[in-house]
Design a protein around this ligand. Structure first.
Ligand code: ADP
Ligand code: MG
Length: 325
């Protein structure tokens, strides 16, 4: 069982940033309004995620670190992935390759409980004073698995990967307050934004006010494909594509069709080695998308690629035209 967990960990938990992604997604699934992410040494020494979500009672807490125990889905729902997590593997995997502590308290409970899984060895739960919500700490990731530790990049690039993951999650969830802090960085604080200008507000926080001031707003619906977000003006470009962010039905994705569509939309304005800056949000019937790929990878496949490409080109073209381009 422990060996199985460690093998599964290799798939779900590639590096500190994938731990952060799994844990923050769990917090979002738990209805958190505020999530604080703390890391040290590129997440290799410490990853701490604190949320104010619905928390877990004793039974849920014990189940949470078991493999394939998910509270979110029954076996026949596998096609209907509404919550972000869906395999019940993250916590069990992390607990097999680090010192994991899971502390949680529901609204009804008189105190919190903390459970520790130290490289596969469980102890607790023990009472712990805390507010409603969940606090997860992951210490010394892969410390007992030298082969995996060796595979990690420098603390600096692991930190950058964590920042990227948190940025994307924050961009996808403007109504959630995100705090990203710890000895790895100067802190970021992105309070919740709601209502009319929520998306623009969050993009301003994460990508900079600069971007929002030099961008057009996308808002089209075509053949059941809704395109929202913002695209930087052709006069506001970058030397690489790192400032292109794509979301499909609320999840950050990497997809060649979307990248190609953006390139085509800007083909008349942006030349040579310059790249447009975009935060593109697509809403599309889930039946039109295959997310039937590895859960840790943000890949997907559109059934009708031409329709998606057309919708993106149209959205950007329309917005640029109304800005005088
Ligand atoms: P999954 O998210 O696929 O269900 P995980 O291993 O990520 O599997 O989490 C296992 C279970 O632990 C979840 O189904 C959920 O019930 C519980 N859990 C994990 N993190 C939290 C959290 N932050 N708040 C509340 N419950 C949580
Ligand atoms: Mg999960």
């Amino acid at each position: 069982e422990d060996l199985i967990n460690r093998i599964a960990a290799g798939e779900v938990v590639e590096r500190p940033a994938s731990v952060v992604k799994e844990l923050v997604e769990n917090s979002i699934d738990a209805g958190a309004r505020r999530i604080t992410i703390t890391t040290a040494n590129g997440g290799m020494d410490l990853i701490r995620i604190a949320d104010d979500g619905h928390g877990m009672d004793r039974d849920d807490l014990l189940l949470s670190v078991e493999r394939h125990a998910t509270s979110k889905l029954s076996a026949d729902d596998l096609d209907d992935i509404r919550t972000l997590g869906f395999r019940g593997e993250a916590l069990a995997s992390i607990g097999s390759v680090a010192r994991l502590s899971v502390a949680s308290r529901t609204a009804e409970a008189e105190s919190g409980l903390v459970l520790v899984v130290d490289n596969g060895r469980r102890s607790g739960p023990m009472p712990q004073a805390m507010n409603r919500g969940t606090v997860i700490e992951v210490k010394d990731l892969f410390a007992q698995i030298p082969a995996r530790r060796k595979f990690l990049k420098s603390a600096r690039s692991e930190t950058a990967a964590i920042t990227d993951v948190v940025k994307r999650l924050a961009m996808a969830n403007p109504a959630v307050h995100f705090v990203l802090e710890g000895s790895d960085r100067t802190a970021s604080n992105w309070p919740a934004v709601t209502g009319e200008g929520a998306l623009g507000g969050r993009l301003g926080q994460v990508m900079g006010a600069d971007f929002v001031e030099n961008a057009v707003t996308l808002a089209t619906a075509r053949h059941g494909i809704v395109v929202a977000g913002m695209a930087g003006l052709p006069t506001y470009t970058r030397a690489n594509s790192l400032s292109q962010f794509y979301f499909v039905n609320g999840r950050s994705v990497r997809d060649k069709v979307l990248v190609g569509a953006v390139r085509a939309a800007f083909a008349d304005y942006v030349f040579r080695d310059r790249f447009p800056v975009v935060a593109l949000y697509l809403a599309i019937d889930p039946a039109e998308v295959d997310v039937n790929v590895h859960p840790a990878k943000a890949e997907l496949r559109f059934r009708d690629q031409g329709a998606v490409r057309g919708a993106v080109i149209k959205a950007i073209g329309t917005a640029l035209a109304s800005a005088g381009f």
